[in-house]
Design a binder for this molecule. Structure first.
Ligand SMILES: Cc1cc2nc3c(=O)[nH]c(=O)nc-3n(C[C@H](O)[C@H](O)[C@H](O)COP(=O)(O)O)c2cc1C
Length: 365
């Protein structure tokens, strides 16, 4: 409430006519907090006072233990600078990236657009990130993370599609020690041709190589194989979603993340001016929610529960979160509601879900 009434209007108007500039400022602040154990602890204490409550029971999904099911989706902390502060705000896990093998600037600005009337964003960032090597060096200097961290991998823009596998593999190798899980991002609309990697043969070839490398590295290190998840686009039709599921099952992927942003503008209200509606890029937030739930539900039915799903897309309220879980998700992620609802959103949703869980009658044997 305080965020929506006081802080957000300031961020969105006075300080933040440029949506990306304010994003960078907030991220910079979270990165500085992350760098200091004392400041991280102070933030965790403050967050617990501001948004108190039981965040719920720990759960195990694809072999990892999650303190609560609400995570931060990829794209917020592209360079893995702010994980400790994000965990202090109550996120049960954080997916960093998307990271590409080569450092790249992304698309020209402006490339991030707010649609406050609809609680939505359009972005065409284009995988701006420091590159696998620089991020690996940063991670090597960072203290251990308190929550599971996923590393999202993408294709460098300059790498042709035929060489995509080598590109993903190089990033995986460079970042391997710091990932609790890897997410294969083949669904961003903002890198030309990337989504072609969701096609059956291409995805199969990509997963075959990445899985082989993960097995090899696990054997060498005498540890569990790190989970590999595939993130899908909401714009795939049922047949294409079924293909993705088939490949993931055949290649023993650990799970799916559904969904990335959409190129459709379905769900946006008529009040949104055409100039904004027609900005190229991916739409996220409330208008995406219904389709995201539909995709999760389809994937859950097709996998028959054999592949855990991280549900993502327009989760703003406890009801939204519950809807995703009911559709078959095991964990949830959010991005856009963090921008619109503020720093308390992870705790608020986790606590809301925990309360419902506690009031559920216990299943009888
Ligand atoms: C500004 C912005 C940047 C994003 N960057 C990435 C990214 O690098 N990799 C990725 O897999 N998803 C990225 N996403 C998509 C989100 O992870 C998420 O799938 C999508 O926004 C839907 O969730 P939401 O409605 O809760 O935002 C980005 C989203 C936004 C808004």
């Amino acid at each position: 409430m305080i965020y929506r009434r006081l802080l957000r209007p300031t961020l969105f108007t006075v300080a933040g006519r440029d949506a990306e500039a304010i994003h960078e400022r907030v991220l910079g602040m979270l990165a500085r907090i992350s760098a200091s154990p004392a400041m991280t602890q102070a933030l965790a204490r403050l967050a617990a006072i501001t948004w108190p409550g039981d965040l719920g029971r720990e759960r195990e999904v694809f072999g990892l233990r999650f303190p609560q099911p609400i995570g931060l989706a990829a794209g917020f902390d592209k360079n893995a600078r702010a994980v400790h502060a994000l965990a202090a705000l109550g996120f049960g896990f954080v997916e960093v990236g998307t990271i590409t093998q080569q450092a790249q600037p992304g698309n020209p600005r402006p490339r991030l657009f707010r649609i406050p009337s609809d609680d939505a964003l359009i972005n065409r960032m284009g995988f701006n990130n420091d590159g696998a090597n620089a991020i690996a060096k940063r991670l090597a200097r960072t203290r251990e993370f308190p929550v599971p961290v996923g590393i999202s991998l993408g294709k460098s823009k300059l790498t042709p599609l035929e060489d995509a596998i080598a590109d993903y593999l190089a990033s995986l190798d460079r970042l391997y020690p710091w990932a609790d899980y890897f997410a294969v991002n083949v669904s961003s609309p903002n890198t030309p041709e990337l989504r072609a990697l969701q096609e059956r043969e291409r995805l199969d070839a990509l997963l075959e190589v990445l899985q082989a490398r993960l097995r090899e590295r696990a054997l060498l290190a005498d540890e569990q194989i790190k989970p590999l998840l595939v993130k899908v686009a909401p714009d795939l039709d049922d047949a294409a979603l079924d293909d993705v599921v088939g490949v993931c099952l055949a290649r023993e992927a650990s799970g799916l993340i559904a969904v990335n942003t959409t190129v459709s503008r379905y769900g946006l209200s008529a009040a949104v001016p055409d100039a904004l509606r027609n900005e190229p890029g991916g739409l996220s937030g409330r208008p995406l929610h219904a389709r995201a739930v539909e995709v999760v539900s389809r994937l859950a039915r097709r996998t028959g529960g054999r592949l855990p799903i991280i549900g993502c897309g327009g989760v703003f309220t406890v009801d939204d979160a519950q809807r995703m879980l009911d559709a078959g998700a095991s964990l949830l992620q959010l991005y856009t509601s963090f921008i619109f609802e503020g720093p308390g959103i992870a705790r608020l949703l986790a606590r809301g879900l925990a309360k419902r869980e506690n009031h559920m009658p216990l299943a009888r044997p």
